[in-house]
Design a protein. Structure first.
Lengths: 256, 262
């Protein structure tokens, strides 16, 4: 019974996007909408098909995915490591936190001119930009997570003889996990935004490059395809982080 | 049920808990004296309840025994019969289970892997069936039973209880009291229970200590036979005596040695 109504609700929630798509297609075909401004949906689908067949799309997609993954691994990994370090050792916090909090105020994208001067427009410039951008959400949330572990649980664990690595593995790390995963989700959202900008400004490959290149040849269908691909990738990253949360926080009351 | 209990009382083992000697123990926080030169001897296997108004220092006393805080002055000696340092476990007012570990893993905290003891301890508190659950789905009483299993799995010679039943409903509290008493009778560890519930103290303890303004104001032996029915006249009289003493108004001057009522 409940299954049926939820199925119907699902169908209903898709009605509006589908209607919009139909209206868009119709107005393009009737000539109300110039293809210079917005190509018809069918043209976008065709562009997708032809770029897929030529292998070009996969090439750009692959390089964009690689950049996002590498940037995330570098920046996120460093943020996680330093967050754990500063959260766990008072001396590390005293030494590093003020500096990091100051650097945090520089928007990653403001570094673009400097980055181009340093690295030119090769791969490292993009990786650097992505890594700097995702470093801070990971660092801040990890640090915050460790600092906000329930004191009572720590006291209990210590009085039950836990210390060193077992204490870290059984109490501190899982206690900080919800906050760390918030950092992961922030970073995943941010990495696409940064990638779009980085690839649009200076690149010879990637979805951003493909889109900017198409703009020069007035291929609005390919431009639109690029935008949709970014949207899809962003959504996929969000879904992935939710799955990760579900897996790592199975014990959490909000997932039980 | 009643017979099984009597059997338990008769079969009760020789006490094998730790002996506790507290000498001139003092502790103050921010200049406020919480414990003022407290002396207290607790025999091996004795069940002692510590009562008092909130803020009287009873929890501080327990935290000092548990080595969670450092005393300003004085000493605590805890020894087993063979002179060794006893295994000591504490139960808190909140169960403090690790929410990311299933019930069985919580009980197994600090034990070597693949030990059978956690399962047995869980069975003793009647929660074998919940071994695979997350703590978040347990009721307050069940959580405290898991915490009790976690404390007892180490077979401590000294069990410290810091108002562990304070947050439970009346019925669950009585069940937990019976459970604690029966486990104590089986194992004869030394128990120190901090509580604000005088009835609980009289029901469980061999001795009730009343702390007032950082000092021991009353040391009352409870010689009622176990199991102790709450309805008995002797029980009620004793409870009333302690309660009356507890409710006496305090002198105006905190820390004044002029104790007209003593």
């Amino acid at each position: 019974m409940k299954q049926k109504s939820s199925w119907r609700e699902q169908a209903l929630s898709w009605a509006v996007p589908l209607a919009l798509l139909a209206a868009w297609q119709a107005s393009s075909q009737l000539g109300w909408l110039s293809s210079r401004i917005l190509p018809e949906p069918l043209a976008v689908a065709k562009a997708f098909w032809s770029l897929t067949m030529s292998g070009e799309l996969w090439l750009h997609l692959k390089i964009s995915l690689w950049r996002a993954t590498a940037g995330l691994a570098l920046g996120g990994g460093a943020g996680l490591a330093l967050g754990l370090f500063c959260g766990s050792f008072k001396i590390a916090e005293t030494l590093l936190d003020t500096t990091l909090q100051m650097i945090r105020n520089i928007p990653a994208l403001a570094l673009i001119p400097l980055v181009i001067l340093w690295f030119g427009i090769d791969e490292w410039s993009k990786l650097f930009l992505l890594a700097v951008g995702v470093f801070f959400p990971m660092y801040l949330n990890t640090f915050h997570g460790i600092r906000n572990i329930d004191r009572g649980l720590l006291e209990m664990a210590r009085s039950y003889g836990l210390s060193g690595w077992p204490l870290y593995r059984d109490v501190i790390l899982p206690g900080a996990m919800p906050s760390i995963l918030v950092g992961v989700r922030f970073s995943l959202g941010l990495v696409w935004v940064l990638l779009i900008v980085a690839e649009t400004i200076s690149a010879q490959s990637g979805i951003g490059y493909m889109t900017m290149n198409a703009r020069e040849f007035m291929q609005t269908d390919v431009v639109l395809l690029g935008i949709l691909l970014y949207a899809f990738l962003g959504k996929a990253a969000d879904v992935a982080s939710r799955l990760l949360e579900r897996r790592c926080l199975r014990w959490h009351p909000s997932y039980l | 049920m009643e017979n099984a209990y009597l059997e338990l009382v008769n079969k009760a083992q020789e006490p094998r808990g730790a002996e506790l000697r507290i000498e001139a123990l003092s502790k103050s926080y921010d200049g406020r004296t919480v414990l003022d030169s407290v002396n207290l001897d607790i025999a091996a296997g004795e069940f002692v309840a510590v009562v008092g108004r909130s803020g009287c220092g009873k929890s501080t006393l327990l935290r000092l025994i548990a080595e969670l805080d450092q005393a300003d002055a004085g000493e605590i000696h805890a020894n087993n019969a063979d002179g060794a340092k006893p295994q000591m476990r504490i139960m808190f007012q909140d169960a403090r289970l690790l929410p990311w570990k299933r019930v069985l893993q919580n009980v197994a905290l600090g034990l070597p892997r693949f030990s059978a003891a956690p399962g047995e301890a869980l069975a003793k508190v009647g929660l074998q069936a919940r071994a695979g659950d997350w703590p978040a789905v347990l009721s307050g009483g069940q959580k405290q039973r898991v915490a009790l299993a976690r404390a007892l799995v180490h077979d401590p010679q000294l069990l410290l209880l810091d108002e562990p039943l304070g947050a439970l409903d009346a019925l669950t509290r009585i069940e937990m009291q019976q459970l604690i008493e029966s486990l104590w009778l089986q194992r004869r560890f030394t128990a120190v229970l901090v509580t604000h519930d005088v009835q609980e103290a009289v029901a469980l303890a061999d001795r009730v200590i009343l702390i007032e303004q950082g000092r021991i104001a009353l040391d009352q032996a409870v010689s009622l036979p176990r199991p102790r029915a709450r309805g008995l006249a002797a029980f009620a009289r004793l409870e009333q005596t302690i309660l009356d003493r507890l409710l006496q108004p305090l002198p105006d001057q905190p820390g004044s040695s002029n104790r007209a009522y003593a």
